[in-house]
Design a binder for this molecule. Structure first.
Ligand SMILES: O=P(O)(O)OC[C@H]1O[C@H](OP(=O)(O)OP(=O)(O)O)[C@H](O)[C@@H]1O
Ligand SMILES: Nc1ncnc2[nH]cnc12
Length: 236
């Protein structure tokens, strides 16, 4: 890790600690993190930066668990199991905290492109792409005006309705590595369409990630399609 990467990791750890501090006293934060309350106070106030090892633990280990809990606190599941995750996907600073935790806490290689499906996956994909310093692409249910060539993926859903996603052909180059992400995975139909698009582009799958898995069906379905790492921050 060079100096700039170390500094970025240290600042990310401070962001995670500040997020946790919003709902905790310093004593509670000390209990959550197993770090001394005095040190935490100095980190949160910006007087001192945590060392690289501490920063890594905060971002990778603590960060993953804490952000999973934070996510669970934000979402609402109705009586039929449908999830309202607006307060997560509308909160770009929260997703900006999620990105390094996903990038470091799962086994994804750095991709060339982060791919999602419009609409609700876009903010998560943007955060991840920005963190990796790569492109972000999203497939849409309609063809965008003035684009001439599209990759299309069509599937007949369990409901009998046919769903088609379109991605401008220029969005993914042959041989590129693509991280497929979405806010939510339930049946896995959307992820399967995105994986079809990656396959049509002759690109490689770097991984499949969803903020929320509603049950295990979608994850299992994705697992049937790729050997790349697959993960979700939380399962409801
Ligand atoms: O695993 P699945 O059963 O395919 O469900 C997951 C998909 O459903 C939601 O999108 P939706 O189709 O509601 O479109 P939206 O993002 O525009 O709301 C969600 O954003 C995922 O893309
Ligand atoms: N909000 C939602 N909750 C659960 N399953 C879904 N499938 C599509 N949108 C969904």
């Amino acid at each position: 890790m060079n100096r700039a990467e170390k500094a970025a990791l240290q600042l990310r750890a401070v962001d995670v600690l500040r997020m946790l501090k919003e709902t905790r006293t310093y004593d509670e934060l000390a209990e959550t993190t197993a770090l001394p309350a005095g040190d935490l106070n100095r980190y949160v106030n910006g007087h001192v930066l945590p060392g690289t090892e501490r920063a890594r633990e905060v971002v990778e280990d603590l960060g993953r668990e804490a952000l999973g809990q934070e996510l669970e606190a934000r979402i609402r599941v109705d009586d039929e199991g449908y999830v309202d995750n607006s307060s997560a996907v509308f909160d770009q600073p929260f997703l900006d905290l999620v990105a390094p935790v996903v990038a470091n806490g799962f086994e994804f290689d750095r991709p060339d492109v982060v791919l999602t499906a419009a609409t609700d996956g876009i903010t998560l994909a943007a955060s991840l792409a920005s963190y990796y310093g790569t492109r972000c692409a999203y497939a849409k249910k309609r063809k965008e005006t003035a684009v001439e060539e599209f990759i299309e993926a069509r599937e007949r859903l369990q409901s009998g309705i046919e769903l088609t996603y379109y991605l401008p052909e220029s969005a993914i180059e042959e041989g590129e590595s693509v991280l497929v992400v979405d806010d939510l995975i339930r049946s896995g139909e959307t992820q399967e369409l995105l994986l079809d698009i990656v396959e049509t582009a002759d690109a490689d799958v770097a991984g499949v990630f969803a903020l929320i898995a509603a049950g295990e069906d979608g994850i299992e379905r994705a697992r049937g399609r790729t050997d790349a790492p697959i993960g979700a921050l939380t399962t409801v």
